[in-house]
Design a protein around this ligand. Structure first.
Ligand code: AOS
Ligand code: ZN
Ligand code: ZN
Length: 385
């Protein structure tokens, strides 16, 4: 633990404001008692995650789901809670005008509206000191022939360039890809290659966002991680778990080994070094489980898997690989994966004044009962708040 302690110490996992709101599927949104009614209450919940884990001092916002008149005031409030406001996520997927697309729409007026929305996000970022603008687009078509998929790429490139031109010196644009949903035939940014093509054309301040839930089953996600780090173009993660589609479940729940393999490539590519600039975000929804413990479980899962990859003996692995020792190399990797770091991490946390078992400590804190009593009429992720 001594050898990896400083790296664990430096780990920051950015939690999404929308994880604290009610969410669901298209069949039903189940409310949960104590759900935040405002962004301030979402921040208060996020502060609990950080208080019990020490892992999540940053909160990503979604605009206009998160909207206030006084952004500087919100920043000050976050600071009072020991938090920083992080990535600003734009939203071009719930407005009637975007029925047929936003930045890639065939109508220049709609594209302009979507560009202006992003410029508004940049203004907010200036006020709250946020560096990352994250763009995920619902743009796409449902039927072959419905749209000119080639021209849409040109329109998209033009729109992105207009936004990119307004970025501040310290600001970055991260472009998220997703292979389907809500569009089912074609999506305008379906894969890392398309995202890379666009951000590469834009310049150094444009990078790719990799949402772990946005790939077809069987995709080797760690290869994409390795490649993007190699190219210097991995801007951020949206971590979550998937069994079937974009499930947005707790990271590390569906396939812990995949999370381990991804984080190994992060280590291999220098992605844990803050200078590399990779933002480790969660993009999750807690539909049936309690939200604050859902987030605590998630950041702990990332920390546990990070500890395992940090403990892997990289020199030993490289030697086995160089010798083409197929099973030996595999065994070194698997040994690290199977190392149960939980008792070590519990001790490590206690030595830093944190609870050894954050899940238990939070459950015993009575916070959920308190917010259930205080807050009535909590909101759905985004729309209501
Ligand atoms: C949508 O599938 C993406 O993952 C986006 O990151 C989106 O902004 C987020 O999931 C909130 O809905
Ligand atoms: Zn995402
Ligand atoms: Zn998603």
């Amino acid at each position: 633990m001594d050898t990896i302690s400083s790296q664990l110490e430096a780990q920051v996992i950015e939690v999404p404001s929308w994880a604290y709101g009610n969410s669901g599927t298209r069949f039903r949104v189940f409310g949960s008692p104590g759900t935040p009614r405002t962004i301030q209450e979402k921040l208060a919940d996020a502060a609990q995650v950080n208080r019990f884990t020490g892992l999540s001092p940053k909160v990503a916002l979604h605009y206009p789901w998160d909207k206030v008149d006084d952004w500087a005031g919100l920043k000050a409030y976050a600071e009072e809670l020991g938090l920083e406001l992080g990535t600003v996520n734009s939203n071009t997927f719930q407005d009637e005008a975007y029925k047929f697309g936003s930045l890639a729409h065939n109508d220049p007026k709609v594209r302009r509206k979507a560009i202006d929305h992003h410029l508004e996000c940049l203004e907010i970022m200036n006020e709250i000191g946020s560096t990352d603008l994250k763009i995920w687009l619902a743009d796409g078509t449902n039927y072959p022939g419905q749209g000119d998929i080639r021209r849409r790429q040109d329109w998209l490139a033009e729109s992105l360039a207009t936004i990119y031109a307004e970025l501040g010196a310290e600001q970055r644009l991260v472009l998220e890809y997703k292979f389907f949903e809500p569009a089912f035939y074609h999506t305008d940014v379906p894969d890392w290659g398309t995202s890379f093509a666009h951000v590469n054309a834009l310049g150094d301040k444009a990078l790719v966002c990799l949402d772990t839930g946005h790939h077809a089953p069987g995709t080797n996600i760690e290869f994409i991680v390795a490649q993007l780090l190699r190219l210097g173009k991995l801007g951020s993660f949206d971590f979550n778990s998937r069994f079937y589609a974009d499930d947005d479940l707790v990271v590390g729940a569906a396939d812990p080994f995949q999370l381990f393999r991804i984080l190994w490539e992060v280590r291999r590519g220098g992605g844990f070094d803050p200078a590399t600039g990779v933002a480790f975000m969660l993009d999750q929804c807690h539909n049936i489980e309690d939200k604050v413990p859902g987030q605590i479980r998630s950041v702990l899962n990332v920390q546990e898997m990070t500890a395992r990859v940090l403990l892997l003996d990289a020199d030993e692995l490289a030697a086995a690989q160089d010798a083409n020792d197929v099973l030996g190399a595999n065994e070194i990797l698997m040994d690290a994966f199977y190392t149960d770091v939980r008792p070590m991490l519990a001790e490590w946390r206690e030595s830093r004044g944190l609870p050894g078992n954050p899940m238990k400590a939070f459950a015993e804190s009575g916070y959920l009962a308190k917010i259930a009593e205080e807050r009535v009429g909590g909101a759905q992720a985004g729309w209501g708040a």
